[in-house]
Write a protein that binds this ligand. Structure first.
Ligand code: HEC
Length: 144
């Protein structure tokens, strides 16, 4: 009789573990890709550039991009720069619809804050320079 009780108890315990295991699995149903995606906070969408897309702004953006970004993101922004690195997240491809559909504010926030292999440029560039870069990224991704 004592033996039976022990067996019953162990069934109960493994049953409980089973339920916990299942429910935590359910909580993780999202494909792991979406957890990997870098999402800017919603408030970043409200940021707008105080500067116009004048030729000079674009020219400055192009110059900065060539000096500081092309090594990873590639001259044309396809994420194929030589310094892209083999480990971790690949540099973004600015022609990707997932990048194109983001607001200028979100891109500005990402350039400012960085993540992983992407350096933060908040203290490197003025806000004006970061907006020039956003403007240039937009122009880059228009051409296929
Ligand atoms: C050392 C390599 C490196 C350099 C230099 C670099 N980046 Fe990146 N960048 C990355 C990587 C890697 C990611 C992807 C990060 C992630 O998703 O975890 C990224 C992501 C981005 C994104 C986000 C795109 C998205 O998926 O939403 C933007 C915007 C961006 N970079 C702009 C720039 C700009 C502008 C410069 C130059 C001022 C620059 N990067 C320089 C490596 C780099």
């Amino acid at each position: 009789m004592i033996l039976n009780k022990k067996i019953a108890a162990s069934f109960l315990i493994s049953g409980a573990i089973g339920v916990v295991g299942l429910s935590s699995f359910k909580g993780n149903e999202q494909p792991f890709h979406s957890q990997d995606r870098w999402i800017a906070p919603a408030w970043a969408d409200t940021l707008t550039s105080p500067y116009h897309d004048e030729p000079l702004t674009l020219a400055n953006g192009e110059e900065l991009f060539g000096l500081y970004c092309a090594s990873c993101h590639g001259e044309s922004g396809y994420g194929d720069g030589a310094a892209g690195g083999a480990l971790g997240q690949k540099p973004a491809n600015f022609h990707d619809s997932l990048v194109k559909k983001q607001t200028n504010g979100a891109l500005f926030w990402k350039i400012s804050n960085g993540k992983g292999n992407m350096p933060p440029f908040q203290d490197v560039f003025t806000a004006e320079q970061r907006w020039q870069l956003v403007t240039y990224l937009r122009k880059l991704s228009v051409t296929e």
